[in-house]
Design a protein around this ligand. Structure first.
Ligand code: SF4
Length: 615
């Protein structure tokens, strides 16, 4: 059946943990994880609720393939109303936590209310209880995980927790599991912190039972693994170079946002690339990269494990950072690096470590620092106001600002608001490179036109994981389209958005989509889950999820005007590279996209669209 059919409802105000059956009618319509948890959220909260109030809820959810032998089937999602965006938020994480939740017998954990004091949830198979976390409050995510495992004398417990950023209401705080994996975006960690929930610790020993047709499931997952192994990206590129393989590729096509999107190519991209991570350092003769790593059940293993140069200024007096640790991945390397003009690989790894340790999204943090650097460059912010010299390219400033932001110290408190609120406060809202208050990831939409539309219309704010048209526009997956034209992009964006909704809801990693289409996912879902899961049905489920999320955002007060890009991307042409002279053609694509979606010119789903999707 794919699902455990069990939900754990945790009322933090009352201190109760109550099991309830999973709504199977909803599972049949929304599959699991992102889709199903969003359905619960939409049904249970007022869309206009303050994200940091007790009335907001936070849901941790697995998909039907989570914990199974499907490749990459270790994902779980955190669904809530986003602290950064005021929109529906769904952040997805790998590692081992999601599979453990499934092994303990739960599909979903719903957190409601607010605890009067810091607590953590401890789940051991069917048993669930809230425990005092006063000894954990103030600890980093890494210390929290270690302390919980030691306290329970069980190293196999899996932990998701917040660090200083979540405790201090940094609006882009994330939730970290298994040391280096995070439900990263939209401020889900700030929501968790607002509930005085420090951590969720799970131990499950039940395995996954109830696969509908096990021989068919074995066959389908085996065939799908072969597709991953035979594909150049998932079989060779990602295991060897990680997502960082993109740094030089995206720089060459002139789509690497640099210095707060002033430029589209970074002259030091090579120094912070995947290739650089393999090279031996001049200082100690060792390469930055130690090995690759995989999340639960993953046959791709894109994760990076690296070691910082012990003589580097950031760590030379801090031996606790000399060991091997997670990163760098492409998005973090870009946001901490090119977005700020910083070409110091060791500094980026250090800043990334601190983001993991303190539970902070490196994309939004790095991009907000980029905005601060531009505000200083323009003379709008002084070094005295910031408390240091935040010139573009300053690795020292980057490293100091991570600590200041996570702990809410000095100007770090303002960075913790995110770039949209910060730039508005200093009179230059146009300098925030964001959509719906969420900062862009690592692709400049002047050089990859479809990404501009994908960013603008993403339900959770600017995001590459909601409609990754880079796959088609740059890598030719599944078909090559021209990145410099807007033609055909509305249809392409819709197709990617709907398909991604299904990948996310199944409980698998979106990186499989470099090799898999929905046709590779369908037999796995069909064999695992009761009922009919034809291609037509999966396509409809994906579209239903997208429209449900849209309906929530509209009810929350968002509108077509929020489906927009910063003026820089629409009026300042790219200065170099293949896109030289181009701006993003969002204003041409958006009306067509609304039409393709079956929405009014105001971006509201038509009655017929809602009826067709059963919404
Ligand atoms: S592809 Fe990478 S991120 Fe995805 S599950 Fe595998 S190791 Fe984790």
């Amino acid at each position: 059946m794919g699902w455990n059919r069990k939900v754990l409802r945790v009322n933090l105000s009352a201190g109760t943990c109550t099991p309830e059956p999973l709504n199977m009618a909803w599972a049949n319509d929304y599959l699991g994880s992102r889709g199903l948890a969003s359905k619960y959220l939409v049904e249970e909260i007022d869309p206009r609720v303050d994200p940091l109030s007790p009335e907001n809820k936070m849901i941790m959810a697995t998909g039907p393939l989570t914990g199974t032998m499907a490749s990459t089937g270790g994902r779980y999602t955190v669904v809530t109303k986003g602290a950064l965006t005021n929109a529906i938020a769904c952040s997805n994480s790998g590692g081992y936590f999601g599979a453990e939740m499934k092994f303990a017998g739960w599909d979903m954990i719903i957190f409601e209310g607010k605890s009067p004091k810091p607590v953590y949830l401890f789940v051991e198979n069917d048993k669930a209880e809230l425990r005092d976390a006063s000894h954990l409050w103030g600890k980093t995510c890494w210390e929290t995980e270690e302390t919980i495992k030691a306290g329970h004398q069980d190293p196999q417990i899996r932990v998701s927790s917040i660090g200083a950023a979540g405790e201090n209401a940094v609006l882009f705080a994330c939730i970290v599991n298994d040391l280096h994996r995070a439900a990263g975006r939209s401020g889900v960690g700030a929501v968790m912190g607002s509930k005085n929930l420090k951590a969720v610790a799970i131990r499950g020993t039940k395995g996954v039972s109830g696969i509908k047709d096990f021989p068919a499931f074995l066959q389908a997952t085996g065939a799908a693994k072969k597709v991953l192994a035979d594909n150049a990206v998932t079989g060779q590129g990602l295991p060897k170079y990680g997502t960082q393989v993109l740094m030089n590729v995206i720089n060459e096509i002139g789509a690497l946002p640099t210095r707060n999107h002033r430029d589209v190519q970074f002259e030091e991209a090579g120094r912070i690339s995947a290739e650089a991570m393999h090279e031996k350092r001049a200082t100690d003769g060792k390469p930055h990269l130690v090995t690759n790593a995989a999340c639960f059940g993953c046959t791709i293993a894109c994760g990076r494990i690296s070691k910082i140069d012990e003589t580097h200024f950031s760590v030379k007096n801090s031996p606790q950072y000399w060991g091997a640790s997670g990163g760098l991945e492409y998005e973090a390397a870009w946001a901490l690096g090119a977005a700020n003009g910083v070409g110091d690989l060791e500094a980026l790894q250090y800043a990334n470590l601190l983001c993991n340790e303190h539970g902070m999204d490196p994309i939004s943090f790095g991009a907000t620092v980029g905005a601060v650097m531009e505000l200083q460059d323009l003379g709008i912010l002084s070094k005295e106001q910031i408390g240091l010299d935040a010139s573009f390219g300053s690795a020292e400033a980057l490293c100091k600002l991570v600590e200041m932001t996570a702990h809410g110290e000095g100007f770090g408190k303002e960075i913790g608001m995110g770039s949209a609120r910060l730039c508005a406060k200093y009179g230059r809202p146009d300098l925030s490179m964001s959509v719906k208050n969420q900062e862009f990831p690592a692709y400049d939409s002047r050089g990859i036109q479809g990404m501009g539309l994908a960013y603008a219309t993403s339900n959770r704010g600017a995001c590459h994981l909601r409609g990754y048209t880079v796959a088609s526009e740059v890598l030719g997956i599944p078909v090559k389209t021209d990145p410099l034209t807007t033609d055909g992009k509305p249809e392409l964006v819709k197709a990617f958005q709907d398909a991604t909704s299904v990948f996310d809801s199944a409980g698998i990693c979106i990186f499989t989509s470099f090799a898999w289409t929905l046709a590779d996912v369908q037999p796995q879902v069909q064999a695992a889950c009761e009922g009919d899961w034809s291609m037509d049905k999966l396509n409809e489920v994906g579209e239903r999820i997208w429209n449900m999320e849209r309906q929530f955002n509209l009810a929350a007060g968002l509108s077509a005007k929020d489906d927009d890009l910063p003026p820089r991307l629409k009026t300042e042409p790219a200065k170099t590279g293949p896109a030289k002279g181009l701006v993003n053609g969002l204003d041409k694509m958006k009306p067509e996209y609304y039409k393709v979606r079956g929405w009014t010119p105001e971006g509201v789903p038509e009655k017929a669209t809602l009826e067709r999707l059963g919404l």
